[in-house]
Design a protein around this ligand. Structure first.
Ligand code: GRF
Length: 215
């Protein structure tokens, strides 16, 4: 089915840290039948392990200047990042543990083409340490969510979610580890659907089409 595709979709990953989701995405995309390829990994943190991990898998990985603010990129800096992504002809931007909020310059440049993975069942436990928040709260189920990015915090339309049951003897760490395994599976799955043109977005609702030709 993918053989007919003229050009694989081009993915750019933004990541700030350890990079396990970036690695999962790169490995999934290195399979011949996957409808997209990772062409660049960009980090706001020169020391981030993700940079070396991506390089080891043969993917270009660079640090770009993050500018003066801790939680976001100022417009001039966003413009530079967008320029680099455009130079690499990136179709979709994937946030994978990227610790800064994207603002207008970035969002406008890749409207509807930015995705994120969040380690909880949104809209529960937005923001940092979602696994710890869920464990502290005492929920019986948490999970992972892949969603489009808009100007709200972890608030864009939801593409895929999967439930993880919380066990009585879980710690925040053991729960996070099981959620992470799910993340590594559903993020590539969502990207494949996206790249195959099988996501139909209507307001907050994302419908998964059975076949590309239904579009
Ligand atoms: C993941 O849990 C992801 O859901 C969250 O940040 C973490 C990043 O981990 N947004 P890694 O860098 O992908 O290993």
């Amino acid at each position: 089915m993918y053989a007919k595709r003229v050009r694989k979709k081009r993915l750019g990953i933004l990541a700030s840290g350890r990079g396990s989701n970036a690695v999962a995405l790169i490995k999934a995309a290195q399979k011949q039948e996957f409808p997209a390829e990772v062409v660049i990994v960009i980090s706001d943190n020169a020391e981030a392990p993700v940079l070396q991990k991506a390089e080891e898998l043969g993917v270009k990985a660079i640090h770009l200047e993050q500018g003066p603010k801790r939680t976001f990129l100022i417009p001039e800096v966003e413009a530079k990042w967008v320029e680099v992504l455009r130079e690499h002809e990136v179709d979709y931007v994937l946030l994978a543990g990227f610790m800064r909020l994207l603002k207008k310059t970035f969002l406008d440049s890749f409207q509807g083409r930015i995705l994120n993975i969040h380690p909880a069942l949104l809209p529960s436990f937005k923001g940092l340490d979602a696994q710890g928040q869920a464990w502290e709260y005492g929920v019986k189920y948490s999970g992972a969510t892949v969603h489009f990015v808009d100007d709200s915090l972890d608030g864009g339309p939801i593409i895929l979610q999967e439930v993880v049951q919380v066990a009585d003897d879980d710690t925040a760490e053991s729960l996070a580890a099981r959620i992470l395994q799910v993340e590594h599976r559903i993020y590539p799955e969502a990207i494949a659907l996206l790249a195959e043109g099988r996501l139909q977005v209507r307001g907050r609702r994302v419908k998964i089409l059975k076949e590309t030709h239904e579009r």
